[in-house]
Design a protein around this ligand. Sequence first.
Ligand code: ZN
Ligand code: ZN
Length: 229
Amino acid sequence: MSLLFPVRCAVCGEPIEKGEDLCEDCGSVLIRMSDKTCKRCGREIPYCFCEGNKKDFDRLAAPFYYEGVAREAVLRLKHRKGFSTADFFAREMKRVFEREYLEEDFDLMCSVPVTSGQIKSRGFNQSGVIAGRLSELLDIDYRPEALRKLFDNSTQHFLSSFERTGNIFGVYEADHSVVWGKNILLVDDIVTTGATSGECATMLKLRGANRVCVICAAVSRPYSYCLPK
Ligand SMILES: [Zn+2]
Ligand SMILES: [Zn+2]
């Protein structure tokens, strides 16, 4: 273990052996999503969220539910406690990609954007950081300019599912010169109701994207919407 740059657990930040992502404690309670998922919403079949929730993305896949250790890791990433967490998620998302999306033929990747004001206050866009890492692992072009966020609607997670959909209409814009005719892999950090990634997919398709598949770090099960993002 290097004393200067110790490898740290992606969840709790404890120094760990090189080549590992998590410490033994966190690793022992990490639960990965099984492969018996709904191909549309990415949840395991008993938790399918498709009924009455049609979104404009064609598919969604995620390695984890937004619960337990995976949720702690997402929060760690949000609070800027080290980008090894982004590497951890990118590696886990690659595994899911290889299971779910191998028959897809993606032209480019983009990520759910934040406004320049949000970048200034937060320092980075965590979906963009994950997308950059995942792009290297999958060797798919990352084109962050494909989507833009026009204004801040950051109170999103206090709203109901119905209000969320109304709250984000017109928040995103897609660049037709980038997305026209393309099959797109859209990266998000957490998907709860799917309103945000759904709206991004709507704009991508409105600007001519052919197919939009979402891959995210974690997706919530239907009963856990009220968890703060
Ligand atoms: Zn740990
Ligand atoms: Zn479903």
